[in-house]
Design a protein around this ligand. Structure first.
Ligand code: RB5
Length: 150
């Protein structure tokens, strides 16, 4: 799978671990930075991951910041992106089955690497359930494409 990954400084170490894991598992990974623990702004990296997925350059995106919240908000500002920050494996499965999430966000200050890797594997392996969920996901996109979202 083609996967875009990005983080801010707070997510850098976990992002590096996730990138190395994905590469060792045979995925084609595009690393959009950051490249160190020097302070940067998470919106820049959330937007970059979102744009890579929305443009089709990547099939899925992985975004990491301190909490996983700011960088998910940033990714979700890109039309077509459905990013979430799951707290556990159950939420990870449902973000794919129900929400057709295309970006997973992690909080490096909250989630240890082994759990993040397990969540990432589940995120990549789980298919969207469709059916009634397709109607609901369609409404998400309708809001994004309407004037001012209202
Ligand atoms: C950086 O200190 C921190 O604010 C950022 O990584 C993230 O947690 C924001 O949501």
């Amino acid at each position: 799978m083609k996967i875009a990954i990005g983080s801010d400084h707070a997510g850098f170490r976990l992002k590096e671990e996730l990138r190395q894991y994905l590469e060792s598992a045979g995925h084609a990974v595009t690393d959009l930075g950051t490249v160190s623990e020097e302070s940067v702004d998470y919106p820049d990296y959330g937007h970059a991951v979102g744009r890579a997925v929305a443009s089709g350059q990547a099939d899925r995106g992985v975004a990491v910041c301190g909490t996983g919240i700011g960088i998910a908000i940033a990714a979700n500002k890109v039309p077509g992106i459905r990013a979430g920050t799951p707290g556990d494996l159950f939420a990870t499965r449902l973000m794919r089955e129900h929400n057709d999430a295309n970006v997973i966000a992690f909080g490096a200050r909250l989630t240890a690497a082994p759990l993040a890797i397990a969540m990432l594997n589940l995120f990549l392996a789980t298919e969207f359930a469709g059916g009634r969920h397709a109607r609901r996901v369609g409404k998400l996109d309708n809001v994004q494409s309407s004037k001012n979202g209202v």
